[in-house]
Design a protein around this ligand. Structure first.
Ligand code: ACO
Length: 331
């Protein structure tokens, strides 16, 4: 799916917030649980540490402070939000949805609220959906959350997955604005490649092995990731008639610094325009892009008029890009 935004109907991110658990887990600590080393993890992935949720913390506990910060920055009251989408593969539970729980905790009693599952690309899918709802006039103010507590579904004895992931959530508010805003989206999915990254025992399909842990074919996902990060970004830029040189801030999914470096070089984006925080958070799945956006904002890189390119990829296999002219003046 690919499309450019509707002319004369600018819709943008007007508030942004994120939240990560307090506990920092270093590579050295992981080396106590599995046969790995700080050196291996740093050189193969760029990750130095990640945040891991406390036993008492579920996704809604991370989403709530992220959402409150985003609403505060937008100057929007929870009661005025009419749509909440939570992109995740680790909701608090299958039902009620984490979005419904979040709406209740925020006091957004009039909001339609639901969870969305598109692997690590969930936040990009949710942005596109919220944009579509606003553009169609079905909603006026949307809260989009991306977050995961992947530590709950990792096999803590499997070094091939344990070292890659972390927990965290980010949230954005979407509203109509005077100018700028989203320029276009590209989304895709390849279910045939789904077997390379999957979670047995998490739904109605029964498996002999009932352990509910992430299974991944790392090299295949690596090849897929490098291919789609480039193709999806190029597609949305082409559809919107924007040259790569005009991109001010590039926010790729934070899975592995080698994947990001490859895509950045192939696309021809100068490295000082790329946002990288995988070193501090690991791969936070749906939380990855909003956490990186929040970092870019904190560093003063999101200025009114900045052209922001975001591309996610992940389980499904799925991918998605969004192109956005940043609107909001931020500190
Ligand atoms: N510590 C030490 N050694 C390890 C570890 C580890 N944590 N994991 C694997 N190894 C070993 C392997 O067993 C292998 O040993 P061998 O040569 O004796 O067989 C060796 O290291 C090399 O393994 P490779 O898998 O070839 O290593 P590679 O350089 O491909 O890196 C990695 C592996 C980091 C997983 C890489 O393939 C990758 O990043 N893939 C993409 C993963 C990803 O991004 N997943 C999520 C994307 S989607 C989403 O976000 C949900």
């Amino acid at each position: 799916m690919i499309g450019a935004a509707r002319e004369g109907l600018p819709i943008s991110i007007t508030g942004l917030g994120c939240h990560v658990p307090e506990r920092v887990v270093t590579n050295d600590e992981l080396a106590r649980y599995v046969d790995t080393s700080d050196e291996w993890i740093r050189t193969r992935t760029g990750i130095r540490e990640r945040r891991i949720a406390a036993e008492s913390e579920a996704l809604s506990d991370l989403a709530l402070p992220a959402a409150r910060k985003a609403l505060e920055q937008a100057g929007v009251r929870a009661v005025d939000v009419d749509l909440i989408i939570v992109a995740t593969v680790t909701p608090d539970m299958a039902f009620p949805s984490t979005a419904a729980l979040l709406a209740d905790r925020l006091g957004a009693g009039d909001a339609g609220a639901y969870d969305l599952s598109a692997g690590c690309t969930g936040f990009m899918y949710a942005l596109a959906q919220a944009y579509g709802m606003l553009a169609a006039g079905l909603a006026q103010r949307a809260l989009v959350v991306g977050g995961d507590v992947l530590s709950r579904i990792l096999d803590w004895s499997d070094r091939s997955t344990l070292v890659l992931f972390g927990d965290g959530a980010g949230a954005v508010v979407l509203e109509a604005v005077d100018d700028g805003g989203f320029l276009g989206f590209e989304l895709g999915a390849d279910g045939a490649g789904g077997a390379h990254l999957w979670l047995p025992g998490s739904g109605s399909r029964l498996f002999d092995d009932s352990s509910r842990h992430v299974k991944m074919n790392g090299p295949e996902v690596f090849k897929f990731a490098t291919r789609v990060l480039v193709q999806s970004a190029a597609a949305v830029l082409h559809r919107c008639g924007i040259a790569i040189e005009d991109v001010d801030v590039y926010v790729p999914h934070q899975a592995n610094v080698r994947i990001i470096d490859y895509a950045t070089k192939k696309l021809g984006i100068p490295s000082d325009r790329v946002v990288i925080n995988v070193d501090r958070y690991g791969n936070t799945s749906s939380g990855s892009i909003p956490l990186a956006l929040a970092d870019a904002q904190a560093d003063g890189r999101l200025r009114p008029g900045s052209l922001v390119l975001m591309t996610g990829m992940g389980a499904g296999l799925t991918w998605g890009s969004a192109l956005l002219r940043w609107t909001k003046e931020t500190a």
